[in-house]
Design a protein around this ligand. Structure first.
Ligand code: NAP
Length: 268
């Protein structure tokens, strides 16, 4: 019998924030390309449910899809080191790291206290730094790796009332560019994927917030968020995931230091 393998066969991918939203769509896309996937997030029950659903949905003749999970708080370096070491112990060196865990707080700058500021930096920027620090030695030893940072269009341009989130995501893109240069001759690429408003819990919360603060209907609130997108629609998680999966393929080896906007033409 001829067994055909996907382009990521034999590669171990770790996706932070993989339990829901964009992260679970990325896990799905990487599994379809035949990677082994570890989901990492804070909520064990959510991770277990998503892992089991993906394993069943993508089962084939050789059995359930190759997926596992570890708990992690990306803001905490010790938690990151433990979680990535455990993932590597179970499934081998991490070849593909997707830094997707993130949080988006909105507030006018005058009401952005140091608690909001610190939280946005800790999860979105420090979290990315911590995970790369933990995964990179294995990639360097192997001479191959893919690091994909899920930034945002907020990493490429400014938006009112999300200054801390914007600053953190701009930081993620700066880190992506610098590290891409440092690793350019090591077989490791580093890229950012920058979604526009994408239909996940973050956006559902934003819609609820707009409705509560302005009295607008759900349809009006949704249209307001989609208005900045020239295609006049919210991005779907699988559209972001497909860009990530492509960047992981061997054929994308010359793509590094880039920030790919998946935003219906909002950013050019
Ligand atoms: P989401 O549905 O709210 O999911 C966020 C994920 O991050 C969850 O799985 C959450 O899991 C995890 N997470 C949050 N804090 C964490 C922490 N300290 N440690 C570990 N995991 C943590 O968000 P999403 O919309 O899928 O967003 C995913 C990424 O895309 C984020 O980086 C976000 O900034 C970016 N993005 C989203 C949009 C959008 O419109 N949705 C647009 C641009 C960029 P637990 O709560 O279980 O830990």
């Amino acid at each position: 019998m001829i067994m055909s393998h996907g382009p990521l066969h034999g590669k171990h991918a770790l996706v932070t924030g993989g339990g829901r939203g964009i992260g679970s769509a990325i896990a799905h896309a990487l599994l379809l390309q035949d990677a082994r996937v570890t989901l990492a997030g804070r909520t064990e029950a959510v991770l277990a449910k998503t892992a089991s659903e993906l394993a069943t949905a993508l089962a084939n003749a050789s059995g359930p899809a190759d997926i596992d999970f570890v708990t992690i708080d990306v803001a905490d370096r010790e938690s990151v080191d433990l979680a990535l070491a455990e993932a590597a112990r179970r499934h081998g060196r991490i070849d593909i790291l997707v830094n997707n865990a993130g949080q988006a707080a909105s507030a006018p700058f005058g009401k952005t206290g140091s608690d909001i500021w610190r939280q946005m930096m800790a999860v979105n920027l420090d979290g990315t730094y911590h995970c790369i620090q933990a995964a990179l030695p294995g990639m360097l030893a192997a001479g191959w790796g893919r690091i994909i940072n899920i930034a945002s269009t907020a990493g490429l341009t400014g938006y009112a009332y999300v200054s801390a989130y914007c600053a953190a995501k701009h930081g993620v893109i700066g880190l992506t560019r610098s590290l891409a240069l440092e690793l350019a001759t090591k077989g490791i690429t580093v890229n950012a994927v920058c979604p526009g408003y994408t239909e996940t819990d973050i956006v559902r919360d934003a819609i609820a917030n707009i409705m509560a603060k302005t009295g607008r209907s759900e349809e009006q609130a949704r249209a307001e968020l989609a208005a900045g997108n020239p295609q006049k629609q919210l991005i779907q998680p699988d559209q972001v995931a497909d860009a990530v999966a492509w960047l992981c393929q061997p054929g994308a080896g010359a793509m590094t230091g880039q920030s790919l906007a998946v935003a219906g033409g909002e950013i050019m």
